[in-house]
Design a protein around this ligand. Structure first.
Ligand code: DP6
Length: 358
């Protein structure tokens, strides 16, 4: 809280990490509320590496709501951001109604300033960290008595995957059954310290903005892919339960099999979309081959790849295989500063797999 004059500025800052799904969300049954066609499950990466930092301020001296990202003004009037702010302001009004002494923050204009420390909109879950940080920063500013699961209902309306970035560890987003989305929430499957040996290596094949946004791509898939219907109805429900079991049992072989299968099934649905959507490229495929070669040479699964709506790879592995997995990829990308990995350690901008690596 801040300066003491009659136009006091109230302020709160927070970080939110990126999460990378191992069972992918793709498809909405309600585009306004961001209600998904299927449940999904993700691992939250270390926020030392890939994260959004957001500061939210409000004051009666501010004349407009404003939002900036990496120093550039953003459109705060978009329906998704407005949905989040409307919900947060309503909860603040409830607080103010309960406590007449509470400062009247809900009616003040907001300034929201965000910084990503990774490429925005390049398929690295930037909207997930972005909306999670925005919602948490404003919730902290407003001193809302809301749990991460309560906030996940709000962040989901900003970007579906954002609801999973409000928790650490292993997080499920249950699709829910209600039309109003009240049961479409994120919940913890296991905390990070349940399986602290898990590592994720992010390989940036391209930091360019992706061709087809997730929102547009998934709607096109829902509208045109028959494979997707099978995925949503048959494949994902069974896989969700199997993945939860793999995590509870700390069974890396099962975790890796499900992760790779689900990534491939998700990209197959994109290929089955009309017109087809290609998120993976030759560089992505070289990471798949590399993973396969590492697993083959160990005669067991020691690493698993997954790709979101872009060409960048995320490789999951256990700390005991740091040298074999991260070391091998490090050999490929060669002398990249900051590569040595703990969970979520990222290869930052500019680090590329060589083209055509097999
Ligand atoms: C491939 O959450 O970015 O990363 O809800 O339209 O904002 P919107 O989509 P978004 O989609 C993420 C899709 C994914 C899979 C996942 O994170 O589960």
């Amino acid at each position: 809280m801040a300066e003491s004059n009659n136009q006091e500025v109230y302020r709160a800052s927070t970080y939110a990490p990126v999460n990378i799904a191992v069972i992918k969300y793709w498809g909405k049954r309600n585009t306004t509320l961001n209600l998904p066609t299927n449940s999904s499950l993700s691992v939250t990466l270390s926020q030392d590496d890939l994260r959004t930092h957001t500061t939210a301020s409000c004051s009666s001296s501010f004349t407009d709501d404003t939002l900036s990202l990496n120093g550039s003004p953003q459109d705060i009037a978009g329906a998704r951001t407005q949905a989040c702010l409307r919900e947060l302001r309503q909860l603040r009004k409830d607080v103010e109604a309960q406590d007449p002494q509470a400062p009247k923050l809900a009616s003040m204009k907001l300034q929201i300033v965000s910084e990503n420390n990774f490429p925005t909109a390049a398929g690295l879950a930037s909207s997930a960290a972005g909306f999670a940080a925005l919602v948490r920063a404003v919730a902290d500013l407003y001193h809302l008595p809301a749990s991460p699961t309560d906030l996940s209902r709000i962040a989901r309306q900003g970007s579906g995957s954002a609801c999973r970035s409000l928790m650490g560890g292993y997080v499920a987003w249950e699709k829910g059954k209600q039309d109003d989305g009240s049961d479409s929430l994120a919940c913890e499957v296991a905390p990070a310290n349940h399986w602290p040996e898990m590592r994720a290596l992010v390989l940036v094949a391209s930091a360019e903005k992706k061709d087809v946004s997730s929102t547009a791509g998934m709607q096109q898939t829902v509208a045109t892919s028959t494979l997707f219907e099978h995925r949503a109805k048959e494949v994902v429900p069974k896989r969700m339960r199997a993945m939860e079991k793999a995590i509870h049992d700390r069974d890396f072989a099962a975790f890796a099999t499900l992760t790779m299968k689900d990534s491939n099934n998700f990209h197959a649905c994109n290929l089955d979309t009309d017109p087809p959507i290609f998120y993976m490229n030759d560089v992505s495929r070289s990471a798949v081959r590399m993973c396969e070669a590492i697993n083959f040479s160990h005669d067991k699964l020691v690493c698993a790849y997954t790709f979101d709506a872009g060409p960048n790879a995320v490789i999951y592995y256990l700390d005991e295989h740091e040298n074999e997995v991260a070391g091998t990829f490090k050999g490929l990308v060669g002398g990249v500063k900051g590569w040595e990995g703990k969970r979520g350690q990222a290869v930052k901008d500019g680090a590329k797999l060589p083209e055509g690596t097999e």
